[in-house]
Ligand binder design. Structure first.
Ligand code: PLP
Length: 404
């Protein structure tokens, strides 16, 4: 049974008030709140284990290293990767994508080569490709979508050419909530001999992700969006691909030997992890993954789906409501505008009622251009949100609407 009250008790921040009102936190797409066990993991390690990993013979260093590498194994299991060599720790999705674009672009792309992205990408899966385009003269092809916010699969299939080197696509849109059929899209790309990088920032927190079942070549996500700490993320890559890619950054950890004449790079996964890693963060991330695994991703998904369907039904009853993103397969994100009320005004007034939503372009300006708007109000759900909170959101919107 999904015991929502018990789950909520794990998150101390949910007990607080803002402006004298109980906090209703619906900005989970931006970041999630942390259960006590995750924060405890951080303090416990700082208080009793802290030492730099990988390079110490002393007790604490070895213990910290064991924790850090055990966390890698936890991530491996969570994604069902074949080997922990395939789990690269980064600062988050953004760094994971920058790593991939820089290393893959360096090794496998030259002037005239093409990357396929979608119209609903977050800036972090657009701008790094544009920077590569400026450096190397590659070009960016864009998969269009229909008005429901679903990628046009026929158009996608037509974008491949003999210059296509990689596809980089989001699993779930952070604006529309669309769950893209990435497994099928990967199969299409593979039929052309093209690898695929999936941006999993908005999928990993909400559904079971099995990188081997998807056959993804690369998969990126952020710890802080799945109840883990800020500053830690993951790039999964198939070992056969990672072996072929050059390092992203140079420094300690990522080398085997260094002389002024020649440096020999370390093996996987360390080749991509220059410098001291956030080993406290990786422990806390593993604790977060253990936390959601204990509840079970399928139960979390069912709860959030139910909440999303309910919220869509209730929101649609509000006059002048415009919802952006009505895909058949839609996850825990709802973007909307009401009449002519500016998204910032709506967000600010909802905040005064204790309701935290996000407003603006959500780092997806090309998508805003496609929708012909400047921004939206976005409510995004997590495992601890309730129908009562959705009701409060709906009542809050009604109140704001009547004020205008
Ligand atoms: N990709 C998507 C789809 C996102 O929603 C986000 C963050 O909102 C990112 C990438 C970037 O994640 P981070 O800021 O944690 O690197």
């Amino acid at each position: 049974m999904y015991d929502i009250q018990k789950i909520r008790e794990d998150f101390p921040i949910l007990q607080r008030e803002v402006y004298g009102k109980p906090l209703i936190y619906l900005d989970n797409g931006a970041t999630t709140q942390k259960p006590r066990c995750v924060v405890d993991a951080i303090t416990e390690e700082y208080y009793s284990v802290n030492a730099n990993v990988h390079r110490g013979v002393h007790f604490l260093s070895q213990q910290a290293t064991e924790l850090h590498e055990a966390s890698r194994e936890t991530v491996r299991k969570f994604l069902n990767a074949k080997s922990s060599n395939e789990i690269i720790f980064t600062r988050g999705t953004t760094e994971s994508i920058n790593l991939l674009v820089t290393s893959f672009g360096e090794e496998f792309m030259s002037e005239g080569d093409e990357v396929i992205v979608s119209v609903m990408e977050h800036h972090s899966n657009i701008v790094p490709w544009q920077m590569l385009a400026a450096r190397k003269g590659i070009s960016i092809k864009v998969i269009p979508m229909n008005d429901k916010g679903e990628l046009l699969q026929d158009e996608y299939a037509k974008l491949f050419s003999d210059r296509t080197k990689i596809v980089a696509v989001t699993h779930v849109s952070n604006v529309l909530g669309t769950v893209n059929p990435v497994k099928e899209m990967i199969a299409v790309a593979h039929a052309h001999g093209v690898p695929v990088m999936v941006d999993g920032a908005q999928s990993v927190p909400h559904m079971k992700v099995d990188v081997r079942d998807l056959d993804a070549d690369f998969y990126a996500f952020s710890g802080h969006k799945i109840y883990g700490p800020t500053g830690v993320g993951v790039l999964y890559g198939k070992e056969e691909w990672l072996d072929k890619l050059p390092p992203y950054q140079g420094g300690g950890e990522m080398i085997q030997t260094v002389s002024f004449e020649k440096t020999v790079f370390n093996e996987l996964p360390f080749k991509f992890e220059a410098g001291t890693p956030d080993y406290i963060g990786t422990t806390a991330l593993a604790r977060a993954l253990d936390y959601v695994s204990a509840i079970e991703m399928d139960h979390i998904n069912a709860h959030e789906r139910e909440l999303t369907v309910y919220a869509m039904q209730q929101l649609k009853r509000i006059p002048d409501m415009r919802i952006f993103g009505e895909a058949e397969n839609k996850d825990a994100v709802i973007s909307f505008l009401v009449g002519n009320i500016h998204h910032l005004d709506m967000g600010t007034l909802l905040d005064r009622l204790g309701i935290a939503v996000r407003t603006g372009h959500h780092c997806a300006q090309p998508l805003m251009q496609r929708l012909g708007i400047e921004g939206t109000v976005r409510a995004s759900f997590a495992l601890y949100n309730t129908k009562e909170e959705v009701d409060a959101l709906v009542a809050g919107i009604e109140r704001v609407r009547k004020m205008f």
